[in-house]
Design a protein around this ligand. Structure first.
Ligand code: PXP
Length: 237
C-alpha cells in the first residue's frame, strides 16, 4: 500500500498571514500523525515565506513518524539538515518568485555538484531524495549521484487530468516509476495530487509514498469550518 506523506507548509502560510502563533504546523503534524499520516514534509524556503527555522527544530524533536525536509541545494540548507538530522531530505529547485515548486531538479546538468553536495548528508544517515520530472535521463543521473530516492513530479499529470493530455502524462509517470524501480531507487511522487487525480496513480506499481499538501490542507479548512463556526456561535450564545 502506498504511504501518505503530508506537506504542512500551508498551515504555516495561514499563520504567517498574521505573523502570530496560530495555526501552529507543529500541532498540525501531531493531528496528522494521529490520523494516520506516514510522514510529515516541510519546505524550509530561502525566503521563509511559510515554514520557519523554529518549526523545523521543534518538528525534528516531536514527530513520531518521519520528518522529510524539503530544501534547495544551498550551503545554508545543508548545514541546517546536518544539524537537525531529519529522516530524509528532498532536494528541490527553488526560485524566489514562484508560487510553488515549478519544475523538477535538472540533475543531468548538475550531476557532479549534487553528487558532492549529498555526500555528507548521506554520511550522516539521512536519506536523500531528488525531486525530478518523470524522465529517464533525470532518473539515470539521479541514480548516479548516489541518492537513494527520487520523487517524481506529478504536476504535469495533475494539470492534464481529465483532458486529452492525461494519458500521455500518466504514461510518463508509469515508465519513469518502472525504470527507477529497476535501479532499486525508492520512488515517491508528489505535487498537485488531489482527491480526484490521486486514485489513478495507484495503478502504477512501485510507488513508496505520495507527498500531498495543498489539497489536503484546503480540504481541512472546508471540512473544519462548520465546527469552527459552531464553536464561536456557542461562545457568543
Ligand atoms: N512534493 C514536492 C517536492 C513539493 O515541492 C510539493 C509542494 O511543496 C509537494 C510535493 C506537495 O505539492 P502539493 O502542495 O501540490 O500537494
Amino acid at each position: 500500500m502506498v504511504k501518505l506523506g503530508l506537506n504542512i507548509d500551508h498551515v504555516a502560510t495561514i499563520r504567517q498571514a498574521r505573523g502570530g502563533k496560530e495555526p501552529d504546523p507543529v500541532a498540525a503534524a501531531v493531528i496528522a500523525e494521529l490520523a494516520g499520516a506516514d510522514s510529515i514534509t516541510v519546505h524550509l524556503r530561502e525566503d521563509r515565506r511559510h515554514i520557519q527555522d523554529r518549526d523545523v527544530h521543534i518538528l525534528s524533536k516531536t514527530i513520531n513518524t518521519r520528518l522529510n525536509l524539503e530544501m534547495a541545494a544551498t550551503e545554508e540548507m545543508k548545514q541546517i539538515a546536518l544539524n537537525i538530522k531529519p529522516h530524509s531530505v528532498c532536494l528541490v529547485p527553488e526560485k524566489r518568485q514562484e508560487l510553488t515548486t515549478e519544475g523538477g531538479l535538472d540533475v543531468v546538468k548538475q550531476k557532479d555538484i549534487l553528487k558532492e553536495y549529498i555526500k555528507p548528508i548521506i554520511k550522516e544517515g539521512i536519506l536523500v531524495s531528488l525531486f525530478i520530472d518523470p524522465d529517464a535521463e533525470q532518473i539515470q543521473a539521479s541514480y548516479e549521484t548516489g541518492a537513494q530516492c527520487i520523487e517524481l513530479h506529478t504536476g504535469s499529470y495533475a494539470e492534464a487530468f481529465d483532458t486529452n493530455k492525461e494519458d500521455n502524462e500518466f504514461n510518463k509517470l508509469e515508465n519513469a516509476a518502472r525504470f527507477a524501480n529497476s535501479l532499486s531507487l525508492i520512488v515517491n511522487a508528489g505535487h498537485g495530487l488531489n482527491y480526484q487525480n490521486a486514485k489513478r496513480m495507484l495503478i502504477i506499481p512501485g510507488f513508496y509514498e505520495f507527498n500531498i499538501g495543498h489539497s489536503i490542507i484546503s480540504k481541512a479548512v472546508m471540512v473544519g469550518l462548520e465546527k469552527a463556526v459552531q464553536n464561536m456561535k456557542y461562545i457568543l450564545g
